[in-house]
Design a protein around this ligand. Structure first.
Ligand SMILES: [Fe+2]
Length: 237
């Protein structure tokens, strides 16, 4: 074997080796922050929330303790990203400061997406999400999706639901409300049961960054199936 063919063979070998998430320490630190959120926070006495938290942290600890694959994704921004630094600044003032620092360290590498084939133009300026772990990566798993959703000030995210998916949001920075029921501050968690309709509004003058976790059947997690519910007809509408 010549030196050049040996080099070619070696490079082909390198190409087929999967990248490992542990080669990207800032992302592993971010994953650890997620693990801490679901490990050490309170369930507020709710058995269902406790069970959800357990499902998420079982998935995160598997990712942290095994040879987890990594998928490189191109960084992408969306118009709402101009508000990210402000949302992190707010987070730095509260209990989510450690998470905010971990997000800052990967900020330029995040892939911000919409997830909908059709999105109202007004919402396209005020919302986007990015995935940290899931079937599409960058940290590869079929057991959970972890990510962030960012909202501009004065946003209404229309009513939607997720079939077979259990979803939790944890406030990182900024205040927001769901279904007009309460105001959630940094550190608080809300659980949306599979299929339950929810509509989000954010504060008048400040953006809002939420961490989220989805757990559900693998086949549902691997397909992006985001749909806004049809607006309810108002009487006479
Ligand atoms: Fe949702």
């Amino acid at each position: 074997m010549t030196a050049s063919s040996a080099w070619t063979d070696m490079s082909m070998l390198t190409d087929v080796q999967p990248q490992l998430a542990h080669n990207f320490p800032n992302w592993i630190y971010l994953l650890r922050e997620f693990d801490s959120l679901y490990r050490y926070g309170s369930a507020g006495g709710s058995k269902l929330i406790r069970a959800h938290r357990k499902r998420v942290r079982e998935a995160t600890s598997r990712l942290l303790n095994t040879q987890t694959e990594w998928t490189t994704k191109d960084p992408l921004t969306k118009p709402v990203c101009v508000h990210l630094q402000r949302a992190l600044d707010i987070a730095h003032q509260g209990p989510m400061a450690s998470m905010a620092r971990a997000v800052s360290n990967v900020m330029s590498e995040l892939t911000w997406e919409y997830g909908y084939e059709r999105l109202p133009a007004a919402l396209a300026k005020k919302y986007a999400y990015c995935e940290i772990a899931g079937p599409r990566g960058p940290i590869r798993t079929n057991a959970v999706i972890l990510g962030f959703v960012l909202f501009a000030p004065k946003t209404t995210y229309p009513q939607h639901s997720h079939r077979d998916i259990e979803e939790s949001y944890i406030s990182i920075g900024g205040a927001w409300s769901e279904n007009d029921l309460a105001v959630h501050a940094p550190g608080s968690l809300i659980l949306n049961h599979p299929g339950s309709a929810h509509r989000i509004t954010t504060a008048e003058q400040e953006p809002c960054l939420l961490a989220y976790a989805w757990v559900g059947p693998e086949e549902r997690l691997s397909v992006v199936d985001m749909r806004l519910s049809r607006p309810r007809r108002t009487p006479g509408g």
